[in-house]
Design a protein around this ligand. Structure first.
Ligand code: R5P
Length: 307
């Protein structure tokens, strides 16, 4: 077996295989099935005793099933005596529920992070968590990657003159600021409110966008309402054209229609989650980024003590 052993969960096996190719890693076969009542059953089908094992599983739709599959695979690997188990989570579901916004709510992101530690995962590799503050929710070591370089390469290829980088809400301002700095473009921000779950309303554009090609950057699109609302507000404020780039395409049915109907012309997103094949969506591959991270981590000594 090569130094790095990879198990593909059931959420994005194409990405897991691409990472394995780029990292020159061994793929470990694992079966994921479901009983008639919906219970998940997993089985690792090769010997992983002593292996430096990486389980690739974004916890995307259906989030609970994907999270449970990851937990079960980790438990199976622990029982089979893998030397070290790293969960590679290109998209971490529940991340948006990182704080208790209203009394009575759960801190669901923290719960998801604790489950990973409980099942014996030694460390996590995550890509673009919704908020950097979420890093503190992990009791185990976390490598938190950004896809800036990969996204910026695609955006540079678009050759957009008079570019302005726009964050569609306050939470994404730091990402937009990084992109604006890298592209030497001015920064603008759309103030957004959420009157209820999955509804986003753009209330104000802050910054000069008149006559500019505006690129809205975000961590993810789900319903597409955040980006669509921002696009409408930007066009009303005099933007010449609007484009969008987001890291995680957890797009619900109808989201791309909503985004393009709002006037967004170019759309780019990574393949952190299995993407809808749609000519309107330009895919930014991230297997190389994750493979490099795994190769770097593989040199570290395995843990000597188990929880
Ligand atoms: C929210 O704070 C996130 O950064 C995204 O803006 C949001 O999750 C996108 O969701 P939707 O596409 O449903 O508006």
């Amino acid at each position: 077996m090569k130094n790095i052993a990879i198990i593909a969960g059931d959420a994005n096996p194409d990405l897991a295989r691409a990472i394995a190719r780029a990292a020159d890693a061994t793929m470990i076969a694992a079966a994921v099935a479901a009983f008639a009542d919906g219970e998940t059953r997993v089985r690792i089908e090769s010997d992983v005793r002593g292996a430096d094992l990486y389980i690739v599983q974004p916890t995307s739709t259906p989030v609970n099933e994907r999270l449970m599959t990851l937990a079960l695979l980790a438990d199976a690997a622990r029982a089979a005596d893998a030397a070290r188990i790293t969960a590679v989570i290109p998209y971490f579901g529940y991340a948006r529920q990182d704080v208790r916004n209203r009394p009575g709510e759960a801190r669901s992101a923290g719960v998801a992070a604790r489950i990973l530690a409980l099942v014996g995962i030694d460390r996590v590799v995550a890509l673009e968590l919704h908020s950097p503050a979420l890093e503190s929710a992990f009791a185990i070591p976390l490598a938190h990657l950004r896809a800036d370089e990969e996204m910026l390469a695609v955006i540079r290829g678009w050759n957009l003159p008079d570019l302005a980088i726009v964050s569609p809400d306050a939470g994404g301002a730091k990402r937009a600021q990084r992109y604006a700095g890298a592209l030497a473009a001015p920064l603008a921000l759309v103030a957004k409110t959420r009157p209820r779950d999955d509804v986003a309303v753009a209330v104000q554009v802050l910054g000069e966008v008149r006559g500019r090609a505006c690129l809205v950057v975000d961590d993810m699109a789900s319903t597409g309402r955040t980006i669509a609302g921002a696009a409408q507000a930007l066009l009303e404020a005099g933007a010449r054209e609007v484009h969008a780039a987001f890291v995680h395409a957890v797009v619900a049915p109808g989201a791309l229609d909503r985004i393009t109907s709002a006037g967004v012309q170019r759309i780019a997103a990574t393949d952190s989650v299995p993407c809808v094949r749609d000519p309107r969506l330009e895919i930014v591959p991230i297997a190389g980024l994750l493979a490099n991270a795994l190769v770097g981590l593989a040199g570290e000594a395995p843990p000597t003590q188990r929880r």
